[in-house]
Design a protein around this ligand. Structure first.
Ligand code: AMP
Length: 211
């Protein structure tokens, strides 16, 4: 059983790296942002509660996030382990997580803010199937269309300059202390997120001692 957390600013490639790791080691990726986006797209009650907060680039309240994470992990569909993406984002969430679950490692994807800005503003999402693209790193074959389902590509509602600036401020203020907390427990492996996807993935596995 392998239980990891992946931490990094938006655009650092958390989702991509979590998925690459999960595929080879049969892990389940648990992305809190994806869970919320699904709820918004399907117009659920929870979706209505978080839509505006997400669009403004703010963080959803801790009680709600912790409930969602607990319910998701309680499904126990992760026989070989999991990679949690997008959680914990502040000290309280980290403490809740450390009290409730044992973890084997925290993967910290390190990316300077300038590079974050360049990457995030190039992000696109298929409005039908949810597949992610990036006009710099991962272009679709046909402009504006999803390679998988042909659906139109859109910008995430929270990928604007203003929302990004708010997220970066929030990230440094709230998530840096989370890393300090995990570092004290010696869980953290720091990986430079600037190289190619494959190189970053190789560095993650090397540092976690996975072959
Ligand atoms: P992400 O896809 O991780 O960038 O998450 C998208 C949005 O979902 C964030 O901007 C927050 O509004 C919300 N969200 C995701 N994870 C959390 C979390 N751990 N705590 C609070 N809000 C979150």
């Amino acid at each position: 059983m392998r239980k990891y957390v992946i931490v990094g600013v938006q655009g650092s490639g958390k989702g991509t790296q979590a998925t690459l790791l999960a595929e080879d080691f049969d892990l389940t990726v648990i992305s809190v942002g994806d869970i919320f986006r699904w709820q918004v797209q399907h117009h659920t009650k929870l979706g209505a509660q978080v839509r505006r907060i997400m669009a403004a680039g703010e963080l959803v309240g801790d009680d709600l996030v912790e409930r969602v994470v607990r319910e998701r992990l309680d499904q126990h569909d992760w026989n070989y382990g999991f990679v949690v993406d997008g959680f914990p984002r502040n000290r309280r969430q980290a403490e809740f997580f450390l009290e409730s679950y044992d973890i084997d490692g925290v993967i910290y994807l390190d990316l300077p803010d300038d590079e974050v800005r360049r990457r995030v503003l190039a992000r696109r999402l298929c409005s039908h199937c949810g597949m992610d693209y990036n006009l710099i790193l991962d272009r679709p074959e046909q402009e504006g269309r999803c390679d998988v389902c042909g659906g139109p590509l859109v910008t995430r509602e929270d990928d604007t300059e203003e929302a990004l600036a708010a997220r970066l401020r929030d990230y440094h203020a709230k998530t840096d202390p989370v890393l300090d907390l995990f570092r004290r427990k010696e869980y953290v492996v720091t990986v430079d997120a600037r190289p190619s996807k494959a190189e970053v993935q190789r560095a993650i596995r090397e540092q976690l001692g996975l072959v």
